[in-house]
Design a protein around this ligand. Structure first.
Ligand code: AKG
Ligand code: FE2
Length: 306
């Protein structure tokens, strides 16, 4: 697709206070409708969330994020994916990430700002999973599904020395592999590809996050919800930081299987069941191509090879 980015905006949905709301209530249902429709049509939306307003507005989260990178030496270096470790850095890309499978491990580096952030994000992710599942009339599956979900937090630092690089791409176009990601950007850079409008550059509004569907949910829902390409384009004026908080399949129960209820003549099965962490290894060792998941476990692919 073209390289232009423009000022189109994503749908916005206010998720403030939903932790207290019960599924099925009026307050919940109107938000659910917006979440499901945005995710179905765009694969993403901008979430407004005022429940951690104080931390966001007083810069506490940003400060905590910067502090972690100042204390970088305290974290051991783990160069290999998937998900094993602490610091990962891909040659040629202008960022490094600290992958925290247990946000509480930050406790000796800082106060509990990040742990508190992680708790809120976990609650938000559970709400979003429930809304997706309810919107598909599959609520019977919610409890077993959510038991097989874990959470991951990645803190990223993008370098500021990309002036010589014309494209200033900090992270190239990709889809996320997990269920859902919630991205907090400390400054602009995230762009999402819309099938009709090219790259949409996301403005970091006050108290807002970007929510994105990943491949695990795309497979679980038989592509009713689709992962969208996104990338990070830097302005090269200063470092950029972001937090990517994600729901991921659990390490002990990582088989992703499309719900039978979502397969019919109109919607034939797209992906065979697959083990998520085996897929991540495949994706990491083969490089990401156009629709890597289909080449790994797509039904047509498997049949053609048979
Ligand atoms: O830093 C960002 O804004 C997004 C990064 C991203 O897409 C990712 O880490 O998967
Ligand atoms: Fe991503």
């Amino acid at each position: 697709m073209g390289g232009n980015s423009n000022k189109l905006e994503l749908p916005k949905v206010d998720l403030t206070g939903l932790g207290m709301a019960e599924p099925g209530t009026k307050a919940w249902s109107s938000v659910q409708e917006k979440v499901a429709s945005a995710l179905m049509n765009y694969g993403c939306f901008q979430a407004i969330y005022n429940d951690i307003e104080a931390e966001l507005q007083n810069g506490l989260i940003e400060q905590a994020l910067l502090d972690v990178f100042k204390e970088e030496a305290k974290f051991s270096y783990a160069p290999s994916l998937p998900c094993s470790g602490w610091l990962l850095q891909l040659t040629g890309f202008a960022f490094k990430s600290l992958q925290l499978n247990d946000p509480e491990s930050l406790a000796d580096v800082q106060d509990n700002t990040m742990c508190n952030y992680a708790k809120h994000m976990q609650g938000l992710l559970q709400t979003i999973h429930r809304m997706i599942i309810l919107s598909l009339d599959l609520d019977d599956h919610y409890h077993s599904h959510i038991k097989s979900v874990e959470y991951s937090m990645r803190l990223s630092e993008y370098f500021d020395d990309v002036q010589n690089n014309k494209t200033k791409i900090g992270m190239p176009s990709h889809v996320d592999s997990n269920y859902v990601s919630i991205i907090l950007q400390q400054k602009e850079g995230l762009e999402i590809e819309s099938p009709n409008h090219g790259w949409i550059r996301i403005t970091p509004l006050p108290n807002s996050f970007t929510v994105l569907i990943g491949e695990a949910f795309m497979a679980w829902t038989n592509r009713r919800f689709r992962a969208r390409n996104h990338r990070v384009k830097l302005d090269g004026s200063s470092k950029r930081y972001s937090i990517i908080f994600s729901s991921i399949p659990s390490r002990s129960d990582d088989m992703i299987q499309t719900m039978d209820e979502l397969v019919d003549n109109k919607h034939p099965l797209v992906y065979k069941p697959f083990k998520y962490y085996d897929y991540l290894k495949f994706r990491f060792s083969n490089g990401e191509k156009e629709d890597t998941l289909k080449s790994y476990c797509g039904v047509e692919q498997a049949e053609a090879a048979a």
